[in-house]
Design a protein around this ligand. Structure first.
Ligand code: SF4
Length: 404
């Protein structure tokens, strides 16, 4: 009970005739507070806050970064990841402010343009034809339907429209690729960023997409190299990295991240961040998904990832990938508003918003707008994105030190 409440209660009990003996214990304890000697008012400037003894060298190095570096060791990333959580999020929030505006969050909308029937065995995925999830497979959506959805997303404030197709790869899909090229051109024509995720692609397909104006290609590495074979067996980690190389070589921005809650250990979160942190150029976008278990998949009964592990991974990614946009992706629907804010504090600066996120429910635009209003956040603007990218490009190529 607070001191003012005690005072109010005491006055009340006095008026109602409650005996002095009954009141005494409360007043006695209050008197003790009043009678305690006052601390001397400092007359000199207080010393700077102490550097916590548990702040390691790797964390200090990360916080001093003026540009991204890609020579991280697993030991360094592990040291950062294992920093006490309060210290870790504070460090990530501090570095975040040097590379990004912390109030600006990018709004993206993700549409499934071809659902289900995928030949791969990703053990978390509702769209694999190997599992009975009750999902109905569909063909590629018509171009006009996709562009109508993109227009709704734009009108609601999204400035990135992502299109996902459940395919292993793009081999023998010339007609589909032609239609996807039309979708990309249409989305770009509306002034939005366009991102696609179509499975593995080769250099020629990447070039075709680049020529269509594609902003980014998503191809997640999902988890650490070590844990990956426990989750997917139909294509290798290196095949995934080869697609990412093709995307990078074509001059398309790379979006690659992970899924937490695949039965991995904390060291796999370190391994995941290490994979992307040592790419020759960091991905422009790093999505962090918390598994939404789907009944019928091998991971359908998984225990959800703990929230502290999610924040820890986001904060570590922010510190290792300072210029990258860190996306709070699947699983956000299961987070309270306060949890989402902690993720933003720790360095996440993009969300998926809209009616659906591929096959899973998603927090809607109106809900997100209200939440942003309560916390002083706002959607990242198009121009802001462009200047952010220019700044980022300068930082990478020149080793700029003036990033604020
Ligand atoms: S490749 Fe994509 S769509 Fe296919 S099973 Fe894996 S995650 Fe699902």
């Amino acid at each position: 009970m607070s001191v003012p409440s005690l005072l109010r209660q005491s006055a009340l009990t006095s008026r109602t005739g409650v005996s002095q003996a009954l009141r005494r214990p409360q007043w006695q304890s209050f008197s003790t507070i009043q009678d305690a000697p006052r601390a001397a008012i400092p007359t000199t400037t207080p010393p700077p806050p102490p550097t916590p003894s548990n702040t390691g060298t790797a964390l200090q190095d990360a916080m001093n970064a003026s540009r991204p570096r890609n020579n991280w060791t697993k030991e360094e990333i592990s040291e950062i990841y294992n920093t006490p959580l309060m210290e870790l999020t504070y460090a990530a929030a501090t570095l975040h402010r040097r590379f990004h505006n912390p109030a600006a969050i990018q709004l993206c909308t993700l549409m499934s343009i071809k659902t289900g029937g995928c030949s791969e065995d990703c053990s978390y995925c509702a769209q694999s034809s190997r599992y009975s999830t009750g999902l109905k497979a569909s063909k590629l959506s018509p171009v006009d339907e996709v562009l109508a959805a993109a227009k709704i997303a734009k009108d609601n404030g999204s400035n990135r429209f992502c299109m996902g197709a459940a395919w292993r790869d793009m081999r023998g899909r010339k007609t589909n690729l032609k239609n996807i090229v039309a979708m990309v051109k249409g989305v770009r024509g509306m002034g939005m960023e366009a991102c696609v995720t179509l499975g593995m692609i080769d250099a020629a397909q990447a070039k075709e997409l680049k020529d269509a104006g594609l902003t980014a290609y998503n191809h997640n590495v999902d988890t650490s190299r070590e844990h990956y074979p426990n989750v997917i067996t139909t294509r290798s980690y290196d095949e995934r990295l080869a697609t990412i190389e093709n995307v990078r070589d074509a001059g398309i921005h790379v979006c690659t991240g992970g899924i937490l809650g695949l039965g991995e250990k904390p060291e796999d979160h370190v391994g995941l961040v290490h994979t992307v942190g040592t790419m020759r150029e960091h991905p422009e976008s790093f999505p962090v998904n918390a598994l939404v278990p789907i009944k019928g998949t091998p991971l359908g009964d998984s225990t959800p990832i703990s929230f502290d592990a999610t924040v820890r991974t986001i904060a570590t990614a922010r510190l290792v990938l300072p210029a990258t946009i860190v996306r709070l992706a699947a699983g956000r629907i299961n987070m309270t508003e306060e949890k989402q804010m902690l993720c933003f504090m720790a360095g996440a600066n993009a969300i998926f918003t809209g009616e659906k996120m591929l096959t899973t429910p998603c927090s809607g635009w109106d809900e997100d707008k209200e939440m942003f209003g309560r916390w002083g956040l706002r959607p990242m603007e198009g121009e802001e994105l462009i200047s952010f990218k220019d700044e980022r490009a300068r930082a990478i190529s020149l080793g700029a030190t003036g990033l604020k």
